[in-house]
Structures are given as structure tokens and as C-alpha cells.
Design a binder for this molecule. Structure first.
Ligand SMILES: NC(=O)c1ccc[n+]([C@@H]2O[C@H](COP(=O)([O-])OP(=O)(O)OC[C@H]3O[C@@H](n4cnc5c(N)ncnc54)[C@H](OP(=O)(O)O)[C@@H]3O)[C@@H](O)[C@H]2O)c1
Length: 287
């Protein structure tokens, strides 16, 4: 099996490259300058040169707030880029792995009541920001494609490379004794190493379609910050604030927990959040 990774310098792309190197699995990995998924012809050319069995698309427009003022860019990468890959993979019989987000859901109160254990994969999506809409558009491209695809939705993604909530909290704690964090948005973090391991397991089982991969249990950003400080031995105090006290350009769902039930039914074990966080903190310390 040979793999091709797009968006290889991002959080998840870097984790894939680490996994392939550690396990001595053949792959090629490209950053956005080397392989622009919005450029259909150069994408096809690289795929034809590399001849992978599987394309892992970690490329995405992920600037949630900036997307509100540049929707065209967000849709170009998250919809047109996915279409280019789906068409290229479909024509050549290559499997396509793609990632999406909890932000395809609205987090409406009725949804929380209907799905107390998290949104299942087939719950109706209703994104409330441009980023979520562009990612949903990419999902629809796959759903309508004849490619052999596996789509994994992740939430609150964090890993040792790139920037994310865990690294931001650790950095802020160096300068401050107290940090204000929103407590009225709940969900659950996905850890990049777990996403890679689960993707491999789903591929080994030859499963296709949509799967949710996040850690077990629901938590707010504020409580997650407390857990980060507790497990990293910091004394930083976390003050609960509401989303309205932390104005940002894009609306966020107040509830975006992803159900783990489908991966459990597929025989996979969802990550324990505290254990995964300990592993991530150790990785960050060593990096
Ligand atoms: N981060 C999260 O909290 C989160 C949550 C839920 C879901 N997700 C999803 O998980 C996946 C991985 O996210 P991530 O956190 O690893 O994202 P990331 O760190 O922002 O990485 C995305 C990568 O895509 C590259 N890219 C952007 N436009 C491209 C293009 N036109 N062609 C090729 N590459 C391009 C970026 O390169 P440049 O930096 O050079 O632009 C970047 O290296 C994405 O599908 C994302 O939507 C992420």
C-alpha cells in the first residue's frame, strides 16, 4: 500500500507523516505549495506520478473566523478542492480518505435534547458558520461521488504539531495566573494520533462512508482547560465566561458532541480523553 498525504504540514498531516515514518510505510506528503488541491490539473499530474493506492486529504481551509470574510476561499479549498481529489481518485480507482468537522452541526437546543450522547453520523447537518458550510459542501461532493471514500468527522482537533487549544492554553499559562474560557460550548476533543490510528483501523476493516472520531464524554472548553492545567501540573486558574463575553467573527455551536456509537459498533474503542491528553502533553513536552 502506498499513501499520498495532502496538507502534510498541517496538524493532522504532520501526524500522518510521523506515523508513516515510524512504521516505515511508503508515502509521499505534500504541503500546500507543492500540491494545491484547488489546482485540478497539477493534482492529477502528481497523483499520476506517485500512483498511490490511497489519498489522505488533510488539506483544508480551517480559519473559522476568517472564513466569514472570505467565503470564496473557504469553499474553493473545502468544496472545489475535495471535488478535484474525488474525481481524480474515482477515475483511477484510488481510495480517498477525507476529514470533516463537528461544525457541520448547529448545536441547536432541540439537537442536544434529541442526541444527548452526541450527534450520530446520519443526523441532519445545519452549519451556522461559513467554515461549517464549506466543509459540509465538501461532504456533499463525496456523497455524490463515485470514488471509494471514507469521511471522518473530528472535533476540537489537537496534536503536537501546529496550533490548537491545548497548546494555546499551555502558552497562556506561562504569562497569566488566570484565564477566562468559555463554558457554554460543549463537545469533545479529537487527538491527532487517535484520529490516525482510528483511520487505519477503519481502513483495515475496509469500511467506507462517514464515521465520527473523538474522545469519550462531553466537556466544555473551560473544563477542558482545567483538565489541561491539572494534568500538566499548572496552577493557572480558569474563570468561566459565556460566548457573548468572548466575541469572535464566526458563531460556534453551543453543543457539538459527536457520538462514538458507530465506531464502537465497528469494533473500535473511543479514546479516553484524560489518557489521550496525558499522551499529548508528553509529546508536546518532548517536541
Ligand atoms: N483544527 C480543528 O480544530 C478541526 C476541528 C474539526 C475538524 N477539523 C478538520 O480536520 C482536518 C485537519 O485539520 P488540521 O487542524 O490539521 O488543519 P490545519 O492544521 O489548518 O492544516 C490544514 C493544511 O491544509 C493546507 N492547505 C490549505 N489550503 C490548501 C490547498 N489549497 N491545497 C493544499 N493544501 C492546503 C494548509 O497549508 P497552509 O498552511 O500552507 O495554508 C495546512 O497545512 C481538516 O479537514 C479540518 O477541517 C479540524
Amino acid at each position: 500500500m502506498k499513501y499520498l498525504v495532502t496538507g502534510a504540514s498541517g496538524q493532522l498531516g504532520s501526524e500522518w507523516l510521523r506515523y508513516f515514518r515510524e512504521n516505515q510505510i511508503p508515502f509521499t506528503g505534500y504541503n500546500s505549495a507543492q500540491f494545491d488541491i484547488t489546482d485540478k490539473y497539477s493534482a492529477e499530474q502528481i497523483i499520476d506520478e506517485d500512483k498511490p493506492d490511497v489519498v489522505i486529504n488533510c488539506a483544508a481551509y480551517t480559519k473559522v473566523d476568517q472564513a466569514e470574510s472570505e467565503p470564496d476561499k473557504a469553499f474553493l479549498v473545502n468544496e472545489t478542492g475535495v471535488k478535484n481529489l474525488a474525481e481524480a481518485c474515482s477515475k483511477r480507482g484510488i481510495n480517498l480518505i477525507h476529514y470533516s468537522t463537528d461544525y457541520v452541526f448547529s448545536g441547536a437546543k432541540k439537537d442536544r435534547e434529541r442526541y444527548p450522547d452526541g450527534y450520530p453520523e446520519d443526523a441532519p447537518s445545519d452549519p451556522i458558520n461559513i467554515y461549517g458550510k464549506s466543509k459540509r459542501a465538501g461532504e456533499i461532493v463525496l456523497e455524490n461521488s463515485s470514488a471509494n471514500w471514507l469521511l471522518i468527522r473530528v472535533s476540537w482537533l489537537c496534536g503536537a504539531s501546529g496550533s490548537n487549544f491545548v497548546k494555546t492554553m499551555l502558552m497562556l499559562s506561562e504569562a497569566r495566573d488566570r484565564i477566562d474560557v468559555v463554558s457554554d460550548q460543549t463537545g469533545s476533543p479529537s487527538f491527532t494520533f487517535d484520529v490516525v490510528e482510528k483511520t487505519i483501523q477503519l481502513m483495515q476493516k475496509e469500511l467506507t462512508g462517514i464515521f465520527h472520531v473523538s474522545s469519550r464524554g462531553e466537556i466544555s472548553w473551560a473544563d477542558f482547560a482545567r483538565e489541561i492545567f491539572e494534568l500538566s501540573g499548572k496552577t493557572t486558574d480558569v474563570q468561566n465566561i459565556s460566548s457573548s463575553e468572548f466575541p469572535v467573527a464566526a458563531k460556534r455551536p453551543s453543543f457539538s458532541l459527536l457520538s462514538n456509537q458507530k465506531i464502537i459498533s465497528a469494533g473500535l474503542k473511543p479514546a479516553d480523553r484524560r489518557e489521550a491528553l496525558k499522551r499529548l502533553l508528553q509529546q508536546i513536552k518532548l517536541s
